[in-house]
Structures are given as structure tokens and as C-alpha cells.
Design a protein around this ligand. Structure first.
Ligand SMILES: *Cc1c(COP(=O)(O)O)cnc(C)c1O
Length: 454
């Protein structure tokens, strides 16, 4: 280890507090420090290269130092980095809004900017709540979400999130939300169709009993990422849309993870021709370059906020960096790259390569389930394939497997014992194959050894 790396690691241990990280374990570990990136690789302070196997936490799209995005940001710097959207317009944020409306599911015509997935969701929640209030239907104050769903870490987003581990401590801070079962075919005792019906019936029952109190239903479309890449049975999203229409409530779709090509289409909603009332975007929106998010709304929702100032229908919400010009410039350049590189058309081949390469792993003794939705993959490790029993979570088998991939040249981050693979949609075939080979080799050769040593 060179002196610079040692100094940086010392300073990191002394001053940083990493997200979702038990810092006691971090201090004892041997962290990598990333200094640069090139294409689909990250380069550490020792000059070692690693394939970025999870798109820098699900956000990178076209690779690192993508020339066109770099250039767009530099050109924007020569104009202005940031000016406020409170009472002023800004060229880039206007151009981007027009572009987003152009590619979003039909009916979404209004763009409200913020800076992270959590804020995009908070905004959707507050918009849905105030929408009913402004219309005088102020008994609609509750939200329905899926168990094990993840919508971000701010208090409002955690309230509609269904991951128990994050809920317990903060329980008294959170607002009450109704949860319905997550349609998880692998963990359901029955067919995929029965699994879908189980969740849909629960939703319908809830809407029948409490419908006039429900402001909106919120879902991650097609795949619940943070829950462990749970892929819903086909038709679930559409069924939820139909029920929200039938019972006259709003549908919020959180495409923070699934948006921008991740599932094989620009947005996951397209798989089931679903047009939500509110759509949350973040992560991949800037190609993974800068923090930016957008909440898209229908004209019907937007119009409910119009009126004289004294009517108090205004949406009193905003963030200082709302619509940041550098971030919007990056996002526009990213959308241009989608077109220039015909990125969406290139995805089916890569998605097929992933499926074909991983399929044989299903034969291995401890591989319980291989889930894939486009470029989003979860490989679940289990102790017993028949009972689907997991290993004790404090054995951190998923983390150990990902650590074993580092010397082979790949960086992955698991979700418990689910190995997550989320290559950037723009990743070239050769790099993708190398990444897949590392994953396959580790699961074939290192996993059995690790299990013997538990
Ligand atoms: C990551 C994620 C969020 C939160 O986004 P942040 O930018 O981390 O706040 C919200 N919803 C989903 C579905 C996500 O995957």
C-alpha cells in the first residue's frame, strides 16, 4: 500500500461516517479508495482497476468519464453552475423538463425537480396528499405500499417503505401506512399467478374497506430493488393501476432504480403500458454523474394546485439546488447518448447474455433463486434449496462473496445473501462477459469453500 493510500484511509477512519455501514467493522476492515474511473471500471489509489458491477449503486448508465457528458458539464460551467428556480427560469431545467415529458409514460406533463430519490418520493407523497386536500376531499390522507418496498431514507420515505429493519427504531416518528404483501414468487407457496392474486386481492380488500381514506398507492414497478431484486409476476403493476382507477385513488410509481434503461425499456412502466399519476425519477437521470431527481405529475394533479394566492393551494415545497443547471446539463447529455448509441436497442442482447451465462448456476447446491429484470439481477444464496432456508444473517455470506470478487477485478455490493449484479446499461459486451465470468467463478469455486468454513 502506498503512503498516499495509507494517509487517506487513516483520515477516512478518523473523519468519515459511511452510509448503511457499521463503522466499527469499517474501522477494522481494509477499504479501497477510488480515485478515478474510466468507462465501466473504477480505479483505486493503488492504480488497480475494478469493473463497476453495480453501476456505482445503481446510477451509472453510460460509463465513467463519458466524453459527451463531461463536455456538457464543462460547457455549462462556462455559462453558470446554478441559479434558483424559485421565481426564476433556467435554460437547462426547461430543456430537460421538455425532454423528460417527451419520454415519460403518456399523461405526465409537469416536472418538479429535487436532488435525490428520497426527495422525489417525499414530493410525490406531499403532492398526492395536498391534491386531495385542495380538492376538498381531505379525508384521503393515508398511503398504501408494498411490504419490503424501499423508497428512500428520509422520514416520509421511510414511512411508506416496508423494510422492517429500517422501521423499528423510528416507529414513533413515522406516519401510519397500510402495507399489502409483496408479490414474491420464490417465497410464495403456490404458482406465480396465485402469488399475484394474493397481493392484488389484499389491495382490493383494503381499497374496498378504506378506499375513501387513501390518497395514493405507491409501488416500485416490476422489481423491488432494495428488497433483494424481487421481480413481480407479470401483470401485477397493471392490476394495481386498474384497482387505483376503479377506487379513484392515485398511483405513484417509484422508478428511481428502474428508470433510464435499467429494465430493458426506458421506464419499467412501459412493460405493462401503465401510466401513473405521479412518477419518481433519480439515480440514472444524469447518467450517474450528479445528484438530480424529478417528480412528474399529470395535468390533472397540477391543476388542483392552481388558484388565487389566498386560496392556499400552492405547493409550498422546494430545495435550494432544485433544477441545478450542471445536473440538468448532464441529464440532457445522457438522454442524447441514449439516442446516439441506440442504447435501448442494444439491451436485449446484453440481457440475454446475462441470462444465458447465469442460468447454469441454478444447478449449484446453494443457489436458491436467480432473479432478473433486464439489467437488474439478484442471485439468492440459501442454506437449503428445498426449504429455502437462509444462512444466519450475521455470517454475512453475501458480503464475503463480494469481497472475494475484488481481487478478481470486480466491485459488487450485496443485499444480505442476495448477490446484486447491476451493470450499466451502456456496458460493452466484453466487459459484461468479464464481469459475469468473475461472478460465476466466485459462486462455483469460492462459495462451497466459504460454506465449509462457516
Ligand atoms: C435508491 C432508491 C431510492 C432513494 O434514492 P436516493 O437517491 O438514495 O435517496 C428511492 N426509491 C428506490 C426504488 C430506490 O431504489
Amino acid at each position: 500500500m502506498n503512503d498516499k493510500t495509507r494517509q487517506l484511509i487513516d483520515a477516512d477512519r478518523k473523519h468519515l461516517w459511511h452510509p448503511f455501514t457499521q463503522m466499527a467493522a469499517w474501522a477494522a476492515g481494509d477499504p479501497l479508495v477510488i480515485e478515478a474511473g474510466e468507462g465501466f471500471e473504477l480505479i483505486d489509489t493503488e492504480g488497480r482497476r475494478y469493473i463497476d458491477g453495480v453501476s456505482s449503486l445503481w446510477c451509472n448508465v453510460h460509463g465513467h468519464r463519458a466524453l459527451a457528458i463531461d463536455r456538457a458539464i464543462r460547457e455549462q460551467l462556462d455559462r453558470i453552475a446554478h441559479s434558483t428556480l424559485l421565481g426564476l427560469g433556467q435554460t437547462r431545467s426547461i430543456e430537460l423538463a421538455e425532454r423528460l415529458v417527451g419520454i415519460a409514460p403518456p399523461g405526465l406533463t409537469r416536472v418538479f425537480y429535487s436532488d435525490s430519490g428520497a426527495t422525489a418520493v417525499e414530493i410525490a407523497v406531499k403532492m398526492a396528499y395536498q391534491y386531495w386536500y385542495n380538492r376538498g376531499a381531505n379525508r384521503r390522507t393515508k398511503f398504501v405500499a408494498l411490504r419490503d418496498s424501499y423508497h428512500g431514507d428520509t422520514v416520509g420515505s421511510v414511512s411508506i417503505g416496508g423494510i422492517e429493519l429500517f422501521h423499528g427504531i423510528f416507529h414513533s416518528l413515522l406516519f401510519e401506512t397500510f402495507f399489502i404483501p409483496c408479490p414474491h414468487p420464490y417465497r410464495f407457496d403456490g404458482t406465480a399467478e396465485q402469488c399475484l392474486r394474493h397481493s392484488v386481492d389484499a389491495l382490493e380488500k383494503l381499497l374496498q374497506n378504506r378506499g375513501d381514506g387513501i390518497a395514493a398507492v405507491i409501488v416500485e414497478p416490476r422489481v423491488q430493488g432494495a428488497a433483494g431484486m424481487i421481480v413481480h409476476p407479470a401483470g401485477f403493476l397493471k392490476a394495481v393501476r386498474d384497482l387505483t382507477k376503479k377506487y379513484d385513488t392515485l398511483l405513484i410509481v417509484d422508478e428511481v432504480a428502474t428508470g433510464f434503461g435499467r429494465t430493458g425499456t426506458m421506464f419499467a412502466c412501459e412493460h405493462e403500458s401503465v401510466n401513473p399519476d405521479l412518477l419518481c425519477l433519480a439515480k440514472g437521470i444524469t447518467g450517474g454523474y450528479l445528484p438530480l431527481a424529478a417528480t412528474l405529475a399529470t395535468e390533472q394533479i397540477f391543476e388542483a394546485f392552481l388558484g388565487a394566492v389566498a386560496e392556499c393551494k400552492t405547493f409550498y415545497h422546494g430545495h435550494t439546488y432544485t433544477g441545478n443547471a450542471l445536473a440538468c446539463a448532464a441529464a440532457i447529455a445522457s438522454l442524447d447518448l441514449f439516442e446516439q448509441n441506440k442504447l435501448l436497442a442494444s439491451l436485449p442482447e446484453k440481457i440475454g447474455l446475462i441470462a444465458d451465462t447465469l442460468r447454469p448456476l441454478g444447478q449449484l447446491e446453494h443457489i436458491g433463486d436467480i432473479r432478473q429484470c433486464g439489467m437488474m439481477v439478484g442471485i439468492e444464496i440459501v442454506r437449503d434449496k428445498r426449504t429455502k432456508e437462509s444462512f444466519p444473517f450475521d455470517q454475512t455470506l453475501g458480503a464475503k462473496l463480494c469481497m472475494a470478487m475484488r481481487p478478481k477485478g470486480a466491485i459488487l455490493r450485496p443485499l444480505g445473501d442476495v448477490i446484486v449484479l447491476m451493470p450499466a446499461p451502456g456496458m460493452d459486451r466484453a466487459t459484461l462477459q468479464r464481469l459475469l465470468d468473475i461472478v460465476v467463478d466466485t459462486l462455483r469455486n469460492d462459495l462451497p469453500q466459504m460454506i465449509r468454513e462457516l
